[in-house]
Design a protein. Sequence first.
Length: 122
Amino acid sequence: MGQAAAVARPRRGPAKPRPQAKPKARAKKAPRLRVAGAVWIGIVAVLLSGVVALNVAVLQLNVKLENLGTERTRLRAENADLASEIASKAQAGRIHTLARGQLGLEVADAGRTTYLNLESDG
């Protein structure tokens, strides 16, 4: 049996070195990958800068909105003050007092009131 096993296996000679792949093929793929990576980095950078710009615009609009809200509150308070001033100056008693004192006007008696007819008869 020992001889049969030796015959069944052919003897191999010294191992031949395998041919190695050419390094030039890898060198051609590497720049392509680098360019693609740089393109992706550029795309991501542009998108991120767009997000930042959008956030800045939203922040500016929020500041304007807050300023407008403050101005609206101030204008409403000013309008309320002006309405109160108008109401106090439009009182009938105050007007009668000013008419008598400053202008010398009197309240007309109903018996002394006359009307003129301005229509022409002709």
